[in-house]
Design a binder for this molecule. Structure first.
Ligand SMILES: *Cc1c(COP(=O)(O)O)cnc(C)c1O
Length: 456
């Protein structure tokens, strides 16, 4: 083998085309071998198959078949969110057009830490982030790797604006990355406000803000990870304003509702937040990573300003080269904005809104079906596209075991959530191609798994 070819440059496209054929063939072969949403056999069997396909992963002499072999193995052993019975997490199948755009991002490989590595990508990022910021009533937005990094940045900006003694106050349903961000940034132990109905209770919030010395950063959630619940944002914003508290809304899941004319009003109050987390690899159908943090006061972003002589020297900035280093705590940074921009423009607001409406309607249909089924109990009507349910009269241990049986046989991928003192199965519906019949089949699978292995 001579020097291996590069993805870009004049011969890049011609070199890539046959390799893409190999990748697409391997994806098809691997998926067909799997025959379901998840590989059968559990972790040991999957690890054995991967190990066999990988062989010596760093051989003395290279193996040209590696691309086909490893992509096939990964596809065969994948949890496929495009399969209607794969519905555990906020883990969706990316849109084809977004994935194609992401290939271009890999080929061009712009790095968004300096203009001379990403001239057009940085201009596109500036344009798209401003547009998405406006959707939440903010002035600007940073691109992140997802909800976790967005929440960390929100807490960091609060610390820089309010001081290192800022106290986080959040509801019981908050995402685990929020208290973790407080730990990471050396802040005082956060205060958890009760969420009796699953959402942050404004009266208890008021009581906490009165009792506990500030400064405060209140974190509300629009779309809890466990149940898809939306905190009462207007009431929370009102209490924050009355107490001079800063407000961050974690809308990693719920922000997708902004694209839907029907569901957008449920995010009223979002525009009052100082910062908002968006995660377009959830209700935005992007390949991971596609996070954003919108920021109401662009002055808050000065805290991230950072100088490195080789990336953003003052004289370059004075001469008009955009200063990108302060747009992220990362240095090298992928142009995740390209797939997002392509998606927004290809589908438009109505196309994205239809996707959102479709999965929300699917959740309602599934919930109605669970409700009418004598063998199952529904936790509550869905708020977004998450449905919590459990087999009637089953113990928590039986519910946990059913989920693992479905995982290890590869029949279905369901999540779990503990709420109201009981364990529930969780279906997070993000696949707009799923049909109500698929979900009826899901209930049958759960019933069968609950009865245990059928005697032959
Ligand atoms: C998924 C989620 C996160 C974390 O996002 P990642 O992209 O996984 O880092 C944060 N908050 C909420 C509410 C989420 O649902």
């Amino acid at each position: 083998m001579g020097m291996p070819p590069l993805a870009s440059g004049p011969h890049g496209p011609d070199t890539l085309r046959p390799l893409l054929d190999t990748v697409l063939d391997a994806l098809r072969t691997g998926a067909a071998a799997r025959r379901g949403p998840l590989p059968a056999g559990g972790p040991r069997a999957v690890a054995a198959r991967v190990s066999e396909a990988a062989g010596d992963i760093l051989p003395e002499r290279g193996a040209p078949e590696a691309l086909r072999a490893l992509v096939t193995a990964l596809a065969e052993g994948a949890a496929d969110p495009a399969h209607p019975l794969c519905a555990a997490h906020l883990h969706g199948a990316p849109l084809a057009v977004a994935t194609a755009a992401d290939l271009a991002a890999s080929v061009l490989n712009p790095s968004l830490d300096s203009w001379d590595q990403a001239p057009a990508a940085s201009a596109l990022e500036a344009l798209v982030t401003r547009t998405l910021a406006r959707e939440t009533g903010a002035a600007d937005a940073l691109v992140t790797t997802g909800g976790t990094e967005s929440n960390q940045l929100a807490v960091l900006l609060a610390r820089e604006a309010q001081g290192a003694n800022v106290r986080l106050v959040h509801g019981a349903g908050v995402h685990h990355s929020v208290p973790r961000a407080a730990w990471l940034l050396g802040l005082p132990e956060p205060v958890t406000v009760p969420a009796p109905a699953g959402t942050l209770d404004p009266a208890s919030l008021d009581e906490a803000l009165t009792r506990i010395p500030g400064p405060h950063l209140v974190v509300a959630t629009a779309g809890t990870t466990d149940a898809g619940l939306i905190d009462p944002l207007p009431e929370i914003a009102g209490r924050c304003a009355a107490h001079g508290a800063r407000l961050h809304v974690d809308a990693a899941y719920g922000a997708g509702l902004l694209f839907s004319d029907r569901h957008r009003p449920r995010l009223a109050g979002l525009e009052a937040a100082h910062t908002v987390t968006l995660d377009l690899h959830k209700l935005g159908w992007q390949p991971i990573a596609a996070g954003l943090l919108t920021v109401k006061d662009p002055g808050d972003l000065h805290a991230l300003h950072h100088r490195a002589e080789y990336l953003n020297p003052d004289d370059d900035t004075d001469a008009g080269l955009p200063d990108l280093l302060g747009r992220s705590p990362r240095t090298s940074r992928r142009p995740d904005i390209l797939k997002i921009a392509v998606t927004l423009k290809t589908l438009g607001r109505s196309g994205l809104g239809t996707l959102v409406d479709t999965v929300c309607a699917l959740a309602e249909e599934f919930a109605a079906h669970v409700h009418d089924h004598p063998g199952f109990e529904l936790h509550a009507p869905p708020t977004i596209s998450t449905v919590l349910f459990r087999p009637a009269h089953a113990t928590d241990d039986a519910v946990a075991a059913v989920r693992r049986t479905l995982l290890t046989t590869g029949a279905a991928v369901l999540g779990r959530a503990r709420t109201d003192g009981r364990l529930w199965l969780k279906a997070t519906l993000l696949n707009p191609h799923t049909r109500p019949d698929d979900l009826a089949a899901l209930l049958t699978l759960v019933e069968t798994a609950l009865e245990g292995p059928t005697p032959r």
